[in-house]
Design a protein around this ligand. Sequence first.
Ligand code: PMP
Length: 426
Amino acid sequence: MNLPQFFNNNLSELYDRYYKFVDRKMHLDISRSKPCQEQLDLSSELITCLNYRDCLASDGTDYRNYGIVDGIREAKKLFSQLLDMNEDEIIIGGNSSLNLMYDFIARAMTHGVPGINVPWMLSDKVKFICPSPGYDRHFAICKHFNIEMINVEIKDYGPDMDAVEELVANDESIKGIWCMPQYSNPTGTVYADEVVDRLAAMKTKACDFRIFWDNAYAVHHFSENPPVLKNILKACKDAGNPDRVVIFSTTSKITLPGAGVAMMAACKEIIEGIKVQLSMQTIGPDKINQLRHVRFLKNMDNIREHVKKHVKIIKPKFDMVLSVFERELDGKGMAWWNYPQGGYFIHLKTLKGCASEVVEMAARAGLVLGNPGTLFPYGVDPEDRHIRIAPTFPSVEELENAMELLCICIQIVTLKKYSDGTLLFN
Ligand code: PMP
Protein backbone atom coordinates (compact mmCIF):
# COMPACT_ATOMS: atom_id res chain seq x y z
CA MET A 1 0.00 0.00 0.00
CA ASN A 2 1.16 3.49 -0.78
CA LEU A 3 0.98 4.99 2.71
CA PRO A 4 0.75 8.75 2.00
CA GLN A 5 -1.96 8.07 -0.61
CA PHE A 6 -3.91 6.04 1.96
CA PHE A 7 -3.72 8.91 4.45
CA ASN A 8 -4.62 11.54 1.89
CA ASN A 9 -7.70 9.63 0.75
CA ASN A 10 -8.83 9.11 4.29
CA LEU A 11 -8.16 12.69 5.24
CA SER A 12 -9.99 14.20 2.27
CA GLU A 13 -13.04 12.05 2.98
CA LEU A 14 -12.97 13.16 6.61
CA TYR A 15 -12.62 16.81 5.60
CA ASP A 16 -15.66 16.43 3.29
CA ARG A 17 -17.69 15.17 6.22
CA TYR A 18 -16.32 17.92 8.47
CA TYR A 19 -17.24 20.74 6.06
CA LYS A 20 -20.75 19.33 5.72
CA PHE A 21 -21.03 19.83 9.48
CA VAL A 22 -19.62 23.36 9.18
CA ASP A 23 -22.31 24.14 6.57
CA ARG A 24 -25.04 22.78 8.84
CA LYS A 25 -24.12 25.36 11.50
CA MET A 26 -24.59 23.36 14.67
CA HIS A 27 -25.11 25.42 17.85
CA LEU A 28 -24.53 23.15 20.78
CA ASP A 29 -22.75 23.83 24.05
CA ILE A 30 -22.03 20.77 26.18
CA SER A 31 -19.20 22.32 28.12
CA ARG A 32 -21.04 22.05 31.47
CA SER A 33 -23.03 19.30 33.13
CA LYS A 34 -26.52 20.70 32.88
CA PRO A 35 -29.63 18.56 33.27
CA CYS A 36 -32.07 18.82 30.35
CA GLN A 37 -35.53 20.29 30.67
CA GLU A 38 -37.19 16.90 30.97
CA GLN A 39 -34.99 16.22 34.00
CA LEU A 40 -35.85 19.57 35.55
CA ASP A 41 -39.53 18.81 34.99
CA LEU A 42 -39.20 15.72 37.17
CA SER A 43 -38.96 18.10 40.11
CA SER A 44 -41.79 20.47 39.16
CA GLU A 45 -43.71 19.53 42.29
CA LEU A 46 -40.85 20.88 44.35
CA ILE A 47 -42.20 24.35 43.59
CA THR A 48 -45.77 23.56 44.64
CA CYS A 49 -45.49 20.86 47.30
CA LEU A 50 -45.43 23.32 50.19
CA ASN A 51 -48.11 25.83 51.07
CA TYR A 52 -48.03 28.63 53.58
CA ARG A 53 -49.85 26.56 56.22
CA ASP A 54 -47.15 23.86 56.01
CA CYS A 55 -44.09 25.73 57.22
CA LEU A 56 -43.96 24.46 60.76
CA ALA A 57 -41.73 21.81 62.30
CA SER A 58 -43.35 19.08 64.39
CA ASP A 59 -42.30 21.04 67.50
CA GLY A 60 -44.03 24.15 66.17
CA THR A 61 -40.92 26.01 64.96
CA ASP A 62 -41.89 28.30 62.11
CA TYR A 63 -39.40 27.75 59.30
CA ARG A 64 -40.33 31.04 57.68
CA ASN A 65 -38.49 32.83 60.46
CA TYR A 66 -34.81 33.45 61.24
CA GLY A 67 -32.52 30.88 62.82
CA ILE A 68 -31.24 27.28 62.75
CA VAL A 69 -27.80 27.84 61.26
CA ASP A 70 -27.17 24.14 60.59
CA GLY A 71 -30.39 23.33 58.79
CA ILE A 72 -33.75 21.85 59.72
CA ARG A 73 -34.11 18.59 61.59
CA GLU A 74 -36.23 16.94 58.89
CA ALA A 75 -33.56 17.59 56.24
CA LYS A 76 -30.78 16.34 58.52
CA LYS A 77 -32.72 13.14 59.06
CA LEU A 78 -33.19 12.53 55.33
CA PHE A 79 -29.80 13.58 54.04
CA SER A 80 -27.80 11.93 56.82
CA GLN A 81 -29.24 8.69 55.41
CA LEU A 82 -28.15 9.69 51.92
CA LEU A 83 -24.59 10.11 53.17
CA ASP A 84 -24.76 7.31 55.78
CA MET A 85 -23.91 9.68 58.65
CA ASN A 86 -25.42 10.38 62.05
CA GLU A 87 -27.83 13.28 62.27
CA ASP A 88 -25.42 15.23 64.47
CA GLU A 89 -22.70 14.83 61.84
CA ILE A 90 -24.37 16.87 59.11
CA ILE A 91 -25.12 20.50 58.27
CA ILE A 92 -27.72 21.36 55.65
CA GLY A 93 -26.89 24.54 53.77
CA GLY A 94 -28.10 26.64 50.87
CA ASN A 95 -28.37 25.70 47.23
CA SER A 96 -24.71 25.09 46.39
CA SER A 97 -22.21 22.60 47.75
CA LEU A 98 -19.48 24.44 45.90
CA ASN A 99 -20.37 27.43 48.03
CA LEU A 100 -19.91 25.29 51.18
CA MET A 101 -16.49 24.14 49.93
CA TYR A 102 -15.41 27.66 49.08
CA ASP A 103 -16.53 28.97 52.46
CA PHE A 104 -14.83 26.16 54.36
CA ILE A 105 -11.55 26.94 52.65
CA ALA A 106 -11.99 30.70 53.04
CA ARG A 107 -12.55 30.26 56.78
CA ALA A 108 -9.60 27.85 57.03
CA MET A 109 -7.46 30.54 55.42
CA THR A 110 -8.49 33.28 57.81
CA HIS A 111 -9.33 31.36 61.01
CA GLY A 112 -8.00 27.84 60.56
CA VAL A 113 -9.91 24.57 60.44
CA PRO A 114 -12.21 23.86 63.40
CA GLY A 115 -10.30 22.27 66.24
CA ILE A 116 -6.91 23.71 65.22
CA ASN A 117 -7.81 27.33 64.57
CA VAL A 118 -4.46 28.36 63.10
CA PRO A 119 -5.14 30.37 59.92
CA TRP A 120 -3.70 28.64 56.88
CA MET A 121 -2.72 32.02 55.49
CA LEU A 122 -0.10 32.39 58.21
CA SER A 123 1.87 29.59 56.53
CA ASP A 124 4.38 30.58 53.86
CA LYS A 125 2.60 28.31 51.45
CA VAL A 126 -0.61 26.32 51.34
CA LYS A 127 -0.80 23.38 48.96
CA PHE A 128 -3.55 20.99 47.88
CA ILE A 129 -3.28 17.66 46.14
CA CYS A 130 -5.43 17.70 43.03
CA PRO A 131 -6.04 14.27 41.51
CA SER A 132 -6.38 14.99 37.79
CA PRO A 133 -8.12 15.12 35.44
CA GLY A 134 -10.56 16.67 37.88
CA TYR A 135 -13.15 19.37 38.42
CA ASP A 136 -12.24 22.83 37.20
CA ARG A 137 -14.20 24.58 39.94
CA HIS A 138 -12.12 22.89 42.64
CA PHE A 139 -9.01 24.17 40.93
CA ALA A 140 -10.56 27.62 40.56
CA ILE A 141 -11.08 27.82 44.33
CA CYS A 142 -7.43 26.90 44.93
CA LYS A 143 -6.23 29.44 42.40
CA HIS A 144 -8.41 32.12 43.95
CA PHE A 145 -6.78 31.58 47.37
CA ASN A 146 -3.30 31.21 45.93
CA ILE A 147 -3.19 27.58 47.05
CA GLU A 148 -0.49 25.71 45.16
CA MET A 149 -1.93 22.74 43.30
CA ILE A 150 -0.07 19.45 43.08
CA ASN A 151 -1.24 17.23 40.28
CA VAL A 152 -1.51 13.53 41.16
CA GLU A 153 -2.64 10.95 38.65
CA ILE A 154 -6.12 9.54 39.06
CA LYS A 155 -6.16 5.84 38.33
CA ASP A 156 -9.06 3.45 37.77
CA TYR A 157 -9.56 2.93 41.50
CA GLY A 158 -8.83 6.48 42.81
CA PRO A 159 -5.79 8.72 43.18
CA ASP A 160 -2.31 7.26 42.98
CA MET A 161 -2.04 6.57 46.71
CA ASP A 162 1.71 5.90 46.75
CA ALA A 163 2.22 9.44 45.47
CA VAL A 164 -0.37 10.92 47.85
CA GLU A 165 1.09 9.20 50.93
CA GLU A 166 4.61 10.27 50.06
CA LEU A 167 3.55 13.89 49.55
CA VAL A 168 1.46 14.35 52.70
CA ALA A 169 3.97 12.57 54.92
CA ASN A 170 6.75 15.00 54.05
CA ASP A 171 5.24 18.41 53.42
CA GLU A 172 3.56 20.37 56.18
CA SER A 173 2.23 22.94 53.75
CA ILE A 174 -0.06 20.34 52.13
CA LYS A 175 -3.38 21.08 53.80
CA GLY A 176 -5.87 19.29 51.59
CA ILE A 177 -6.77 16.88 48.85
CA TRP A 178 -9.78 17.10 46.54
CA CYS A 179 -11.61 13.81 46.17
CA MET A 180 -14.69 12.97 44.12
CA PRO A 181 -15.08 9.42 45.33
CA GLN A 182 -18.18 8.31 43.44
CA TYR A 183 -18.27 8.79 39.68
CA SER A 184 -15.50 11.40 39.69
CA ASN A 185 -15.90 14.36 37.42
CA PRO A 186 -14.85 13.63 34.65
CA THR A 187 -13.32 10.15 34.91
CA GLY A 188 -16.29 8.32 36.47
CA THR A 189 -13.94 6.75 39.00
CA VAL A 190 -15.34 5.05 42.09
CA TYR A 191 -12.77 4.93 44.87
CA ALA A 192 -11.80 1.41 45.94
CA ASP A 193 -12.09 0.44 49.62
CA GLU A 194 -8.31 0.29 49.87
CA VAL A 195 -8.00 3.89 48.68
CA VAL A 196 -10.57 5.05 51.24
CA ASP A 197 -8.70 3.20 53.99
CA ARG A 198 -5.32 4.57 52.95
CA LEU A 199 -6.63 8.14 52.81
CA ALA A 200 -8.14 7.71 56.25
CA ALA A 201 -5.04 6.19 57.82
CA MET A 202 -2.10 7.88 56.07
CA LYS A 203 0.39 9.88 58.12
CA THR A 204 0.21 13.58 57.38
CA LYS A 205 2.87 16.09 58.34
CA ALA A 206 0.23 18.83 58.73
CA CYS A 207 -2.11 18.29 61.68
CA ASP A 208 -4.67 20.51 59.93
CA PHE A 209 -4.68 18.47 56.72
CA ARG A 210 -8.23 17.78 55.51
CA ILE A 211 -9.76 15.54 52.86
CA PHE A 212 -12.34 17.44 50.80
CA TRP A 213 -14.73 14.63 49.93
CA ASP A 214 -17.00 16.01 47.22
CA ASN A 215 -19.61 13.30 46.84
CA ALA A 216 -21.88 15.11 44.42
CA TYR A 217 -22.94 11.92 42.63
CA ALA A 218 -23.58 9.69 45.66
CA VAL A 219 -26.86 8.24 44.34
CA HIS A 220 -26.42 8.71 40.60
CA HIS A 221 -26.14 5.05 39.68
CA PHE A 222 -26.99 3.68 36.25
CA SER A 223 -27.59 0.11 37.39
CA GLU A 224 -29.45 -1.79 40.09
CA ASN A 225 -26.17 -3.14 41.44
CA PRO A 226 -23.97 -0.09 41.72
CA PRO A 227 -20.46 -0.08 43.13
CA VAL A 228 -20.56 0.56 46.87
CA LEU A 229 -18.37 3.34 48.20
CA LYS A 230 -16.81 2.76 51.59
CA ASN A 231 -17.87 5.25 54.28
CA ILE A 232 -14.90 7.60 54.65
CA LEU A 233 -15.96 9.07 57.99
CA LYS A 234 -16.22 5.60 59.52
CA ALA A 235 -12.83 4.72 58.00
CA CYS A 236 -11.30 7.90 59.49
CA LYS A 237 -12.78 7.13 62.90
CA ASP A 238 -11.47 3.54 62.72
CA ALA A 239 -8.02 4.85 61.81
CA GLY A 240 -8.01 7.26 64.76
CA ASN A 241 -8.36 10.34 62.52
CA PRO A 242 -12.03 11.27 62.96
CA ASP A 243 -11.46 14.94 62.14
CA ARG A 244 -9.62 14.34 58.86
CA VAL A 245 -12.52 14.50 56.41
CA VAL A 246 -15.15 17.03 55.40
CA ILE A 247 -17.84 15.57 53.16
CA PHE A 248 -19.92 17.59 50.73
CA SER A 249 -22.96 16.64 48.72
CA THR A 250 -25.84 18.25 46.92
CA THR A 251 -29.25 17.65 45.40
CA SER A 252 -28.28 19.76 42.38
CA LYS A 253 -28.43 16.73 40.10
CA ILE A 254 -31.36 15.15 41.95
CA THR A 255 -33.79 18.08 41.98
CA LEU A 256 -32.86 21.50 40.58
CA PRO A 257 -29.27 22.73 40.19
CA GLY A 258 -30.38 26.30 40.64
CA ALA A 259 -32.52 25.65 43.69
CA GLY A 260 -31.30 22.49 45.35
CA VAL A 261 -29.99 21.77 48.81
CA ALA A 262 -26.33 21.35 49.69
CA MET A 263 -24.92 19.51 52.67
CA MET A 264 -21.70 19.07 54.56
CA ALA A 265 -20.79 16.23 56.95
CA ALA A 266 -17.93 15.55 59.34
CA CYS A 267 -17.39 14.13 62.82
CA LYS A 268 -19.50 15.75 65.53
CA GLU A 269 -16.68 17.89 66.93
CA ILE A 270 -15.86 19.36 63.53
CA ILE A 271 -19.54 20.00 62.82
CA GLU A 272 -19.82 21.89 66.12
CA GLY A 273 -16.78 23.98 65.17
CA ILE A 274 -18.17 24.73 61.71
CA LYS A 275 -21.46 25.81 63.26
CA VAL A 276 -19.66 28.39 65.40
CA GLN A 277 -17.83 29.74 62.36
CA LEU A 278 -20.98 29.64 60.21
CA SER A 279 -22.97 31.64 62.72
CA MET A 280 -20.73 34.62 61.92
CA GLN A 281 -21.68 34.32 58.28
CA THR A 282 -25.43 33.79 58.39
CA ILE A 283 -28.47 33.62 60.64
CA GLY A 284 -29.45 30.53 58.75
CA PRO A 285 -30.01 28.93 55.34
CA ASP A 286 -33.21 28.87 53.28
CA LYS A 287 -35.20 26.53 55.51
CA ILE A 288 -38.29 26.69 53.33
CA ASN A 289 -36.34 25.19 50.43
CA GLN A 290 -34.99 22.53 52.76
CA LEU A 291 -38.52 21.68 53.91
CA ARG A 292 -39.75 21.62 50.31
CA HIS A 293 -37.03 19.08 49.54
CA VAL A 294 -38.05 16.90 52.46
CA ARG A 295 -41.72 17.02 51.46
CA PHE A 296 -40.88 16.29 47.83
CA LEU A 297 -38.14 13.68 48.22
CA LYS A 298 -39.74 12.05 51.30
CA ASN A 299 -37.34 9.18 52.02
CA MET A 300 -34.36 7.29 50.64
CA ASP A 301 -36.47 4.78 48.71
CA ASN A 302 -38.23 7.64 47.00
CA ILE A 303 -34.91 9.38 46.25
CA ARG A 304 -33.68 6.19 44.59
CA GLU A 305 -36.90 5.97 42.56
CA HIS A 306 -36.55 9.62 41.58
CA VAL A 307 -32.95 9.09 40.43
CA LYS A 308 -34.13 6.15 38.31
CA LYS A 309 -36.39 8.57 36.43
CA HIS A 310 -33.33 10.73 35.68
CA VAL A 311 -31.40 7.68 34.55
CA LYS A 312 -34.22 6.68 32.21
CA ILE A 313 -33.82 10.06 30.50
CA ILE A 314 -30.04 10.33 30.47
CA LYS A 315 -28.85 6.75 29.99
CA PRO A 316 -29.88 6.68 26.30
CA LYS A 317 -27.74 9.80 25.87
CA PHE A 318 -24.70 8.15 27.41
CA ASP A 319 -25.38 5.07 25.27
CA MET A 320 -25.60 7.19 22.14
CA VAL A 321 -22.23 8.84 22.82
CA LEU A 322 -20.62 5.48 23.42
CA SER A 323 -22.18 3.90 20.34
CA VAL A 324 -20.92 6.71 18.09
CA PHE A 325 -17.43 6.37 19.61
CA GLU A 326 -17.53 2.65 18.93
CA ARG A 327 -18.82 3.13 15.40
CA GLU A 328 -16.34 5.84 14.45
CA LEU A 329 -13.26 5.13 16.53
CA ASP A 330 -13.16 1.54 17.69
CA GLY A 331 -9.97 -0.28 16.75
CA LYS A 332 -8.32 2.79 15.23
CA GLY A 333 -5.97 3.42 18.15
CA MET A 334 -6.83 7.11 18.15
CA ALA A 335 -8.85 7.45 21.31
CA TRP A 336 -9.87 5.74 24.51
CA TRP A 337 -13.07 6.29 26.51
CA ASN A 338 -14.66 4.98 29.68
CA TYR A 339 -18.03 3.31 30.25
CA PRO A 340 -19.30 5.11 33.37
CA GLN A 341 -21.46 3.28 35.85
CA GLY A 342 -23.11 6.48 36.99
CA GLY A 343 -22.61 10.22 37.38
CA TYR A 344 -22.68 12.86 34.68
CA PHE A 345 -19.69 12.45 32.38
CA ILE A 346 -17.86 10.40 29.82
CA HIS A 347 -14.10 10.76 29.76
CA LEU A 348 -12.48 10.71 26.35
CA LYS A 349 -8.74 10.44 25.86
CA THR A 350 -7.03 11.27 22.58
CA LEU A 351 -3.44 10.58 21.66
CA LYS A 352 -0.88 12.99 23.10
CA GLY A 353 -1.05 16.55 21.86
CA CYS A 354 -4.44 16.28 20.14
CA ALA A 355 -7.18 17.31 22.60
CA SER A 356 -7.07 21.11 22.32
CA GLU A 357 -6.92 21.06 18.55
CA VAL A 358 -9.84 18.63 18.42
CA VAL A 359 -11.89 20.89 20.69
CA GLU A 360 -11.00 23.98 18.63
CA MET A 361 -11.93 22.24 15.41
CA ALA A 362 -15.29 21.10 16.85
CA ALA A 363 -15.95 24.65 18.04
CA ARG A 364 -15.40 25.98 14.53
CA ALA A 365 -18.25 23.71 13.43
CA GLY A 366 -20.50 24.88 16.27
CA LEU A 367 -19.91 22.29 18.99
CA VAL A 368 -18.66 23.77 22.27
CA LEU A 369 -16.89 21.30 24.55
CA GLY A 370 -15.07 22.33 27.71
CA ASN A 371 -11.53 23.55 27.20
CA PRO A 372 -9.47 20.40 27.89
CA GLY A 373 -6.87 22.26 29.93
CA THR A 374 -9.43 23.15 32.58
CA LEU A 375 -9.53 19.52 33.74
CA PHE A 376 -6.07 20.11 35.22
CA PRO A 377 -4.59 22.53 37.77
CA TYR A 378 -3.58 25.87 36.24
CA GLY A 379 -5.58 25.05 33.10
CA VAL A 380 -2.85 22.94 31.52
CA ASP A 381 -3.22 19.30 30.56
CA PRO A 382 0.45 18.28 30.40
CA GLU A 383 -0.28 15.68 27.73
CA ASP A 384 -3.11 17.53 26.00
CA ARG A 385 -5.28 14.43 25.75
CA HIS A 386 -8.32 14.67 28.01
CA ILE A 387 -11.80 15.72 26.91
CA ARG A 388 -14.90 15.76 29.12
CA ILE A 389 -18.24 14.88 27.55
CA ALA A 390 -21.34 16.03 29.45
CA PRO A 391 -24.17 14.30 27.59
CA THR A 392 -27.24 15.16 29.68
CA PHE A 393 -28.40 18.47 28.19
CA PRO A 394 -28.86 17.86 24.46
CA SER A 395 -31.38 15.51 22.86
CA VAL A 396 -30.23 12.05 21.74
CA GLU A 397 -30.40 13.20 18.11
CA GLU A 398 -28.33 16.32 18.74
CA LEU A 399 -25.80 14.19 20.56
CA GLU A 400 -25.51 11.72 17.73
CA ASN A 401 -24.61 14.53 15.33
CA ALA A 402 -22.32 16.22 17.83
CA MET A 403 -20.41 13.05 18.61
CA GLU A 404 -20.04 12.19 14.93
CA LEU A 405 -18.54 15.62 14.41
CA LEU A 406 -16.25 15.14 17.40
CA CYS A 407 -15.06 11.77 16.08
CA ILE A 408 -14.35 13.29 12.68
CA CYS A 409 -12.28 16.01 14.35
CA ILE A 410 -10.38 13.41 16.37
CA GLN A 411 -9.55 11.45 13.24
CA ILE A 412 -8.46 14.49 11.25
CA VAL A 413 -6.26 15.89 14.01
CA THR A 414 -4.75 12.50 14.79
CA LEU A 415 -4.06 11.60 11.17
CA LYS A 416 -2.40 14.95 10.63
CA LYS A 417 -0.29 14.73 13.77
CA TYR A 418 0.67 11.11 13.32
CA SER A 419 0.80 11.13 9.53
CA ASP A 420 3.98 9.04 9.29
CA GLY A 421 1.81 5.97 9.79
CA THR A 422 3.20 5.00 13.17
CA LEU A 423 -0.29 5.26 14.56
CA LEU A 424 -2.10 2.68 12.47
CA PHE A 425 0.67 0.18 12.26
CA ASN A 426 2.05 -0.15 15.75
N1 PMP B 1 -19.14 18.89 42.81
C1 PMP B 1 -18.99 18.21 41.66
C2 PMP B 1 -18.01 17.09 41.58
C3 PMP B 1 -19.76 18.55 40.55
O1 PMP B 1 -19.59 17.89 39.39
C4 PMP B 1 -20.69 19.61 40.65
C5 PMP B 1 -21.55 20.01 39.48
N2 PMP B 1 -20.91 20.10 38.29
C6 PMP B 1 -20.79 20.29 41.86
C7 PMP B 1 -20.01 19.91 42.92
C8 PMP B 1 -21.69 21.47 42.00
O2 PMP B 1 -22.52 21.31 43.08
P1 PMP B 1 -23.49 22.48 43.53
O3 PMP B 1 -24.46 22.72 42.43
O4 PMP B 1 -24.15 21.93 44.77
O5 PMP B 1 -22.66 23.69 43.85
